[in-house]
Design a protein. Structure first.
Length: 207
């Protein structure tokens, strides 16, 4: 028993691979140091962040219908702008259908290529009021005055009130008819026939 104990203490017979913890700890420290130095050098070479503008409304109409129903010969060596589909000159790519094309020009990649972020600028009260004034002027130039607009709004309100009144009247008439029918069913059959309600049968059956 004493011999086996001395063997266990002095001889390594477990057949497992042994690692030098101090050596690998030193390697890990060196690797972390190199990564920190590399990250600092990359951050220095990046330069200042790009300031992008908020989203703006398009000032042009998107052309989706000009090539509908037309035949086009497409060759493998044709440039992208002459291939089948919708060509985006900003991103230099071709999209096969109109739905995907709209998704593309409204997407993040396209807006970034235009120098815009996906954030919308919050409008102030003054900007909203100015926009209303511009729309009013457009309508006045198109043949409508501000007085005409007020009259049209008033007319729409009056028409809506008239429709509500007619609905109320119809409901009242239906209620009256229902009450008369119920009274006729409960009245004497001969009297009901004289009043013109002979077609309504009574729910009560004679024994």
């Amino acid at each position: 028993m004493a011999q086996s104990g001395s063997n266990a203490a002095g001889i390594d017979n477990t057949f497992r691979r042994k690692f030098n913890k101090e050596e690998y700890l030193e390697r890990a420290r060196e690797r972390e140091k190199q990564e920190d130095e590399g990250g600092r050098s990359k951050s220095k070479s990046k330069g200042p962040p790009v300031q992008r503008q908020p989203l703006k409304r398009r000032d042009y109409e998107v052309d989706l219908d000009s090539r509908l129903g037309k035949t086009q010969v497409v060759t493998p060596i044709a440039p992208l702008s002459q291939q089948a589909g919708y060509f985006c000159s900003v991103c230099e790519c071709v999209v096969k259908d109109s739905a995907n094309y709209l998704d593309h020009i409204n997407g993040k990649k396209h807006q970034r290529a235009l120098g815009m972020s996906m954030r919308v600028e919050r409008a102030s009260l003054q900007q909203v009021q100015d926009r209303f004034e511009v729309l009013k002027k457009r309508k006045v130039e198109g043949g409508f005055t501000e007085q005409d607009l007020d009259e049209r709004i008033l007319k729409q309100q009056q028409e809506e009130e008239e429709r509500k009144r007619q609905r109320r009247e119809r409901k009242k008439e239906k209620k009256k008819e229902k009450v008369v029918e119920e009274e006729a069913e409960e009245a004497d059959p001969d009297v009901a026939a004289m009043m013109g309600f002979g077609g309504f049968g009574s729910s009560k059956k004679s024994a």
